[in-house]
Every structure is written in C-alpha cells, then in structure tokens.
Design a protein around this ligand. Structure first.
Ligand code: ADP
Ligand code: AMP
Length: 220
C-alpha cells in the first residue's frame, strides 16, 4: 500500500526543509508544487508563464492548473509507493481532488498530515533570510548559512533570494494561507490524520517530532 504524507503549514514554516529530510529517510519522492512551478517558470513553459503571474503577487495559482500538474507528477513511476507532498494541497478543492486521485489511482488515502506551526513574526524572519539554489536546496543567512556565502553546499550552484520573499509579498502570502489553506486543518482533523508539530524548534528537533508521529501512524 502506498504512503502519502502531506506537510501543511504557512510559508516559511519549514515544509521544504523537512520534506527533503523525511523523503530521504522514507525513500519516497518529495513533491513540491512551488518547486515544480519555479522549474516551469525558469524554463519559460506556458504553465510557468501563467503561474508566474500569480506567484509574483503572492497569490495561489488556479486550482485547475495546480491539480493537473500534480496529477501528471503522481502518474510517474517513482510515486508507486507514495510521496511526501510539500505545498499541496493548499485549498479545499485541491484537497478533495487529491483524495479522489489517491482513491482512483492508488486505492489509497492521505496517511498523515504533520502541520508545522510557527508564529507570524518568525515566519517573516525565516523568509527574509532564505537563500535557495536552483535545485531546491534551502539555506538561511542566520539559521543555516551555507559554508561559502552565495554557494550551495550540496550542489555548488549559485544561491538566490526568491522574488516572492520580499516583505510585501510575504504578508500577502501569509494572508492567503490564513484565508485559503488554514481551513485544511479542520478538513484533515475530520479525517483523523492531522498532527500538530512545533515548528519553532531547531530543524533536527522538528524532524524528530515528525518522524515520531509518522511512526505511530505506520504502527496503526
Ligand atoms: P517553507 O517550505 O515552509 O516555505 P522552508 O523550508 O523553505 O519553508 O524554510 C524557510 C526558511 O527557514 C529557510 O531559509 C530555512 O533554511 C529556514 N528554516 C526552516 N526550518 C527552520 C528551523 N526549524 N529553524 C530555523 N530555520 C529554519
Ligand atoms: P512555495 O514554494 O510552496 O512557497 O510556493 C510558491 C508559490 O507557488 C505560492 O505562493 C503560490 O503562488 C504557488 N503555489 C505553490 N503551490 C501551490 C498550490 N498548491 N496551489 C496554488 N498555488 C501554489
């Protein structure tokens, strides 16, 4: 049976950071819709150009585009045993479409939703210091600085700051999270799969807490 884990939480909570670690440990692919959109944007595909209009304003890309992209990604062979989702679903319509995809294509359902909780003030600090590489590796100027400033420790690529990590866009993204994504907390609570995680701790402690809740789920 396939295992699907959804990491929920506001922008800057640490979903990408944790999804990378968890997916390596569980040997499941890490699917980040933000990374998929950014790849399309840098390749200037039609999807990327359209998504860019929304991303740069801190808004969500329309559900129809996002759901189709995830459906396509899940159809690849590496997802046969499941996946760790980061940044998807982000609306109730996406969550319902995802449940349907899992039911129809995998005879499965969402197994666990660690919801990473972090105060708004800390989110702004995390996002304003975030440095990314084109291959999705994430650093922070203060909390997890790269060994050589501006260079990815893992793949040697040049690091950059995301346009949507500017202060104005960050506040819009947090507002959008509260309005459109936070209702998923109740959605997954009703399915009995939501697990609250204190995201203000250091990275390894957050990983340990997520692994703890995953272990309990798998033993059910
Ligand atoms: P998200 O994917 O939820 O938007 P990221 O994983 O990209 O968040 O993390 C946002 C920023 O905060 C990054 O610069 C990352 O290095 C840093 N970060 C993530 N988790 C922690 C943590 N537990 N403590 C300190 N910094 C963190
Ligand atoms: P992220 O990398 O998860 O912070 O996502 C960056 C941006 O990509 C978001 O602010 C949205 O504009 C867009 N995006 C990513 N995932 C989704 C999604 N599931 N639904 C709609 N838009 C998304």
């Amino acid at each position: 049976m396939a295992t699907f884990i959804v990491l929920l939480g506001p922008p800057g909570a640490g979903k990408g950071t944790q999804a990378k670690k968890i997916s390596e440990i569980l040997k499941l692919p890490h699917i980040s819709t933000g990374d998929l959109f950014r790849e399309n944007l840098s390749d200037q595909t039609e999807l990327g150009k359209e998504a860019g209009l929304y991303i740069n304003q801190g808004l969500l890309v329309p559900d129809s585009l996002t759901i189709a992209m995830v459906k396509d990604r899940l159809s690849r062979e590496d997802c046969a045993q499941g996946a760790v989702l980061d940044g998807f679903p982000r609306t109730l319509a996406q969550a319902e479409a995802f449940d349907q995809m899992l039911r129809e294509s995998f005879d499965s359902k969402v197994d666990c939703v660690p919801c990473i909780d972090v105060d708004a003030g800390l989110l702004v600090e995390r996002l304003s210091g975030r440095w990314m590489c084109p291959n999705g590796h994430v650093f922070h100027a203060t909390f997890t600085p790269p060994k050589v400033p501006g260079v990815c420790d893992i793949c040697g690529s040049e690091l950059y700051q995301r346009d949507d990590d500017k202060a104005e866009t960050v506040s819009k993204r947090i507002e959008v999270y509260n309005a459109q994504t936070a209702p998923l907390i109740q959605y997954y609570e009703r399915q009995n799969v939501l697990k609250k995680i204190d995201g203000a701790q250091d990275i390894d402690s957050v990983t340990r807490d997520i692994l703890d809740v995953l272990e309990k789920i798998e033993r059910k």
